[in-house]
Ligand binder design. Structure first.
Ligand code: S3P
Length: 203
């Protein structure tokens, strides 16, 4: 028996809701923010596919621009140097307009980056609890900030410091440990509601 179809699909493959979100973005970048392990890259890649937009990963772009890995940038040049590069790369990516952009966890803490995102894009905070974040980040050892004796304590401190700032994003979506597609679905729904308030289409 054929699987039931969830929603009518437009010629592009996007559902009407996804078409509405893409149209309401009207060329602005969609910027995912949140802590390490929140799922910004995985959700961002799927979201981009659903919306028919190019996906960019700021961390990958920084590594390409520097010609070295993030752990190497931290080790050789230090975090301040990394943050300078991060600010410049994100500024360049924001100018591309129609993209879904996954940012590194610290990017939105930079005042200039936050202002640039607010001026040109729509921001989405993928909010996750400590257990979810720790379960995910334990799988990789590529995050310099967590290479210490107490990564969980570090994560907790980062949550305290960063969550009030992430909370200023345009849209907040819980990123739980279930299927990524569910989070993608929740982001599309939250975006639709937010973008409707901009145009006065909200019920
Ligand atoms: C960082 C998060 C990392 C990366 C760098 C610093 C942070 O990106 O940019 O290690 O300050 O939280 P992810 O959030 O994609 O892991």
């Amino acid at each position: 028996m054929a699987a039931p179809v969830a929603a009518p699909v437009a010629a592009s493959g996007a559902t009407p809701r996804e078409e509405r979100v893409r149209a309401a973005l009207s060329g602005r970048p969609l910027v995912l923010v949140g802590l390490m392990g929140a799922g910004k890259s995985t959700v961002g890649r799927r979201l981009a596919m659903r919306l028919g937009l190019p996906f960019r990963d700021a961390d990958t772009e920084i590594e390409e621009a520097a010609g070295m890995s993030i752990p190497d940038i931290f080790e050789i040049y230090g975090e301040a140097h990394f943050r300078d590069g991060e600010r410049r790369v994100i500024d360049r990516l924001l100018r591309e307009g129609r993209i879904v952009l996954a940012t590194g966890g610290g990017a939105f803490m930079d005042d200039a980056t936050r202002r640039a995102v607010a001026a040109s894009g729509v921001s989405v905070w993928l909010k996750a609890d400590l257990d979810t974040l720790m379960r995910r980040v334990r799988k990789r050892s590529t995050r310099p900030l967590l290479q210490n004796a107490d990564p969980e304590g570090t994560m907790r401190a980062l949550m305290e410091r960063r969550y009030p700032v992430y909370a200023t994003a345009d849209v907040v979506v819980e990123s739980h440990d279930g299927a990524h597609e569910e989070v993608v679905e929740a982001v599309v729904a939250a975006l639709e509601a937010h973008l409707a308030t901009e145009t006065g289409d909200a019920p």
